[in-house]
Design a protein around this ligand. Structure first.
Ligand code: GLP
Length: 238
């Protein structure tokens, strides 16, 4: 595990975007999974700017969406699809991207389709992960099983209460759909990013505490190509 600490969020965003662009330029044709959430938005802005400067072709790799809130579709503000479309995917050829649809009630088929998409592209080459306030990764919630592939989950209470920040109000959302942590773990390269003082305690627990299913992020410490990228605030307790 390598830990890289940037002075502030802007620097972190630039560092992460360069890491992603470096991977894309080196490994065209492979499959990438990028977390939604607020943390990577600055990195996505930088990536789009890099593409506009001709420094990266974002359509030279394939994309698998990490997760989605059940009950929300691409037209709903705060859904992972809406956030990712707006921040990044609208700058990428559509056929390159597969995401979950939180409005499609056939979740089993969605899981199978995503698993097939991942398999047919040779597995994940690179994944950018955020960390939830409870240590979740995607929607691999505390206590998450070892399941490979994709699945439907009951959301943790902390996840439900934090979710208000995306929707501007409380929505009656109880479930999520996600790529399982074992499948994410099998990616050749994993970048875990976090920003801000409020993430400092969970970052400390994830990096310095024991590996436990209660904090899914700890499972990634066993990955031999894990880069943890933090700003100073998120790193303030380690
Ligand atoms: C969300 C998503 C994750 C995301 C994480 C951190 O609930 N399920 O994919 O990485 O929690 O989000 P944020 O970056 O907004 O703190």
């Amino acid at each position: 595990m390598t830990v890289e600490i940037s002075n502030n969020y802007n620097e972190l965003s630039i560092q992460v975007s360069e890491k992603i662009a470096g991977y894309i330029n080196a490994m065209p044709g492979t499959l990438v999974c990028l977390a939604a959430g607020n943390t990577p938005l600055g990195a996505f802005r930088e990536l789009v700017a890099m593409q506009e400067r001709g420094e990266v072709d974002l359509s030279s790799v394939w994309y698998a969406g990490l997760d989605e809130w059940i009950g929300l579709g691409p037209g709903d503000v705060g859904s992972c699809a809406q956030v990712m479309n707006e921040a990044l995917y609208k700058h990428i050829s559509k056929e390159r991207i597969r995401i979950f649809d939180g409005l499609d009630s056939d979740e089993e088929k969605q899981c199978r389709d995503m698993e097939n998409w991942i398999k047919s592209h040779g597995g994940l080459g690179f994944t950018l992960l955020g960390i939830g306030m409870n240590g979740h990764i995607g929607f691999n919630e505390p206590g998450a099983s070892d399941a490979e592939g994709c699945f439907l989950v009951d959301l943790d209470d902390i996840t439900k209460s934090v979710s208000k920040k995306y929707f501007g109000k409380e929505l009656p959302i109880a479930k999520g759909i996600t790529i399982g942590w074992r499948t994410l773990f099998n990616a050749g390269n994993v970048v875990l990013m976090a920003s801000g003082k409020e993430k400092a305690p969970i970052v400390k627990a994830a990096l310095q505490g024991p590996v436990t299913p209660d904090i899914p992020a700890t499972q990634f410490k066993k990955h031999n190509k894990l880069t943890v990228m933090l700003d100073k605030d998120a790193a303030s307790l380690i």
